[in-house]
Design a protein around this ligand. Structure first.
Ligand SMILES: [Zn+2]
Length: 343
């Protein structure tokens, strides 16, 4: 009789397109047998009765910020990867900021990778950064295994990770296309967000609602349209992160229909929280793009249901509680990705 390391019996196994009742056998860290219909024979060092439970494939979180090295006290690879494992994730894609140094060259990538090898309990993968200073490093990063590149069209809120100007977008996307890689983009209009924030602050309008109004959906749409035009021009594969509204998703869908290779992510907070939450919780619920009103959240769920969203990533971007205290002026409180944040 076969001896396995682990037998999971009588579970509901969830696959890409169906669910089936069955048993799973694991040996040497790998699934070696899946049985549906009849029970798996054999013994195991450990057996789990999964009756009434669902067994999912390991989740991949394609958007996290583990701030190690440099800001490990904000949350590093050890606690971050343990939280992921507890939630059923087996892999993560780590963003090139807010660690210091950021992942914008081979040396910094290697430093991060060696720390992850030591501390992460799930599989680590890394996005490289595209910033105005590192076009010459993109090839090196690609050849050393980054899964793609990430750029900000508006300020990142982090002093050592600059947002891209038009020249960097154009040259960077040409280079990334030639490498056959992909560019993930934080798409908000700098001009629009900066100007609206300035007007709000000058007028003494500094509530949660004012913050939300300073980063309207149209600012995402404008930036998404612009970056898509660069994708069409350069042939660079594009991934729009954290779309907050279905109106943004519609622009991406239209581009896909024209044949542009573009995908879109949204995040749990845009599907579960509304402007009311930032009004009640203050800086704790501050993010960029900001939370939207209830009708937008409902509409975003429809986009998920209709298969218009490619991925849902957590955008887990931790900061110390002291940076998330409720302030009189919400523009002063920390949220990653905005220029009023402490770096
Ligand atoms: Zn992020």
């Amino acid at each position: 009789m076969t001896t396995y390391d682990l037998l999971i019996k009588n579970g509901t196994i969830v696959t890409a397109d169906t669910t089936v009742q069955g048993d799973i056998a694991v040996k040497d860290g790998k699934i070696v047998e899946v049985s549906t219909g009849k029970s798996l024979e054999g013994t195991a060092n450990r057996e789990i009765n999964a009756e009434g439970l669902h067994i999912f494939p390991g989740m991949i979180d394609s958007h996290v910020h583990f701030n190690e090295p440099g800001r490990t006290e904000w949350e590093g690879l050890e606690t971050g990867s343990r939280s992921l494992a507890a939630g059923g994730a087996t892999s993560f894609f780590d963003m090139p900021l807010n660690s210091t140094p950021p992942t914008i060259n081979k040396e910094n990538l290697e430093l991060k990778r060696s720390l992850a090898a030591e501390k992460s309990i799930v599989n680590p993968y890394f996005w490289g950064g595209l910033v105005p200073e590192n076009i010459a490093d993109l090839k090196d990063l690609h050849e050393n295994g980054v899964i793609g590149f990430k750029a900000f069209m508006s300020p990142s809120g982090i002093a050592d990770f600059n947002n891209v100007d038009d020249e960097t977008i154009y040259k960077g996307m040409k280079e990334i296309a030639s490498l056959g890689s992909i560019l993930a983009v934080h798409a908000e209009s700098t001009v629009m967000c900066d100007q609206l924030a300035k007007e709000k602050i000058e007028a003494g309008k500094v509530t949660a609602r004012d913050y939300v109004e300073s980063r309207p959906i149209i600012s995402e749409i404008e930036a998404v349209r612009r970056i898509i035009s660069y994708a069409e021009l350069t042939g660079c594969k594009l991934h729009i992160v954290h779309a907050s509204s279905r109106k943004v998703v519609e622009v991406i869908k239209a581009a896909q229909q024209r044949g542009v290779d573009v995908t879109v992510e949204t995040c749990p907070h845009y599907l579960s929280l509304t402007v009311k939450d930032i009004e009640e919780q203050g800086v704790i619920a501050k993010c960029a793009p900001p939370l939207r009103d209830e009708d937008e959240v409902e509409d975003l769920w429809r986009a998920v249901a209709e298969g218009e969203i490619t991925t849902i990533g957590s955008d887990h971007s931790p900061a110390p509680a002291s940076m998330k205290v409720i302030k009189d002026n919400i523009f002063d409180g920390w949220a990653v990705y905005q220029e009023h944040s402490p770096a």
